[in-house]
Design a protein around this ligand. Structure first.
Ligand SMILES: *Cc1c(COP(=O)(O)O)cnc(C)c1O
Length: 378
């Protein structure tokens, strides 16, 4: 059988090993060093030259530190987009805080501004003002930035922007990751670029970056001996991983183009198929890196369910995945409050992510096209 076609696999550019060798040659085999500094600078340059970036061991670590720096403590409430990967919500629990989940809207699949405001008002009426809002750019699609930031500003609540999937996406020409009080990036193995594992926190001042680095390196006070006045974390990025990141930054633009070409490919595959829509930007304000291409299937019109298509592809060694299962439906968060209708539930029921890697070949695309059309016609 043909080799497995993955949803999203690592795609090296060429110079990653050069930077790793440099680290070995100079013995910077540690969670600091020239690769970390250079990787941070290239991210700052890519996002916009006014932000400060702290490279960390994971996107999840970046979310955790963002919550800490927003003052989230035991018993606090934090609003979180329900439809997302669990890593958006878990760090809220690390702090002993309570996630308040909010539904998506159908255009961007991200946090619904109406449900967001309803949630804020209701929590405040209950006596607790949310300490932060975690909003996500799912699959690279920017959330409704203007609406969400305006509501957050009206109630004076900081936004933690989970841009783990959205490096290279823009809203009104501005980079995702730069809109919130903090922005979160991920370089996990499945993301648009990878450091094998890693993440970063996007900050808007040198002070915030310094604080992030301080907390991520065990919160050591300025003294010759080991002196601590804060709880610290071991969350800094390794100089070896940052070497991979440096190499990946050199090809990021190509990776975005390739992912966007995958989305255009699926738009073409499904153009004459009734009941199946490809997830695309609602208008020209939105520019998605198309980290993952996704579709929704109306089983009545299409004559098959997303499981029919998923299992049919699996039989042909092609990986696809249901959309993120909303957090308010997850057993681990079953006791958390939820605000919304059933947009995210319906998306979960009918949505499917398709192979989206930047390393797929024309022959892979033809194979995917043929198998999809075969399965649909059955
Ligand atoms: C990948 C991801 C994260 C977590 O990033 P890691 O680097 O894997 O810890 C957080 N949020 C979303 C939406 C993600 O997709």
């Amino acid at each position: 059988m043909a080799e497995k076609i993955w949803l999203s696999s690592p795609h090296m550019g060429g110079n990653e090993l050069k930077y790793i060798h440099q680290a070995f040659d100079e013995n910077w085999v540690a969670p600091l060093g020239p690769n970390v500094n250079e990787f941070e600078q290239s991210l700052e340059h890519f996002l916009n030259d006014n932000v400060k970036v702290a490279a960390l061991s994971a996107g999840t670590a970046a979310l955790h530190l963002a919550l800490i720096e927003c003052g989230v403590e035991y018993g606090d409430e934090v609003i979180c987009q329900s439809m997302t990967f669990s890593a958006s919500a878990n760090p809220i629990a690390y702090q002993g805080a309570i996630p308040i989940f909010v539904d998506s809207e159908p255009e961007t699949w991200n946090i619904c501004p109406l449900s967001l405001e309803e949630a804020i008002k209701d929590r405040m009426a209950n006596g607790k003002k949310p300490k932060a809002i975690v909003a996500v750019h799912l699959y690279g699609m920017p959330f409704k930035v203007d609406e969400v930031i305006e509501i957050a500003n009206n109630y004076d609540i900081p936004v933690i922007e989970d841009a783990a999937e959205a490096l290279g996406s823009t809203y009104k020409g501005k980079a995702c990751g730069t809109f919130g009080r903090f922005g979160v990036l991920s370089f996990n193995g499945n993301k648009i670029i990878t450091t094998s594992g890693g993440g970063a926190l996007v900050c808007h001042s040198v002070g915030d970056k310094d604080k992030t680095v301080f907390l991520s390196t065990q919160a050591r006070d300025n003294a010759a001996h080991y002196q601590h006045s804060h709880i610290g974390y071991n969350y800094r990025m390794s100089n070896i991983c940052a070497g991979i990141g440096r190499g990946q930054m050199e090809v990021l633009k190509d990776r975005i183009e390739a992912r966007r070409a995958m989305s255009a490919f699926y738009v073409d595959v499904f153009k004459d198929i009734e009941g199946i829509s490809v997830f695309v930007e609602p208008n020209e304000n939105y520019y998605s890196n198309n980290w993952l291409s996704a579709i929704t299937i109306d089983p009545h019109l299409a004559g098959l369910t997303r499981e029919d298509l998923r299992l049919g592809l699996l039989k042909n060694n092609i990986e696809s995945r249901p959309l993120w299962k909303p957090m308010h439906l997850q057993p681990v968060f079953s006791r958390s409050p939820y605000y919304g209708n059933s947009v995210s539930e319906k998306l979960f029921e009918n949505g499917l992510c398709l192979p989206s890697g930047s390393n797929l070949l024309d022959s892979d695309r033809e194979h995917i096209r043929n198998k999809i059309l075969q399965i649909i016609k059955k």
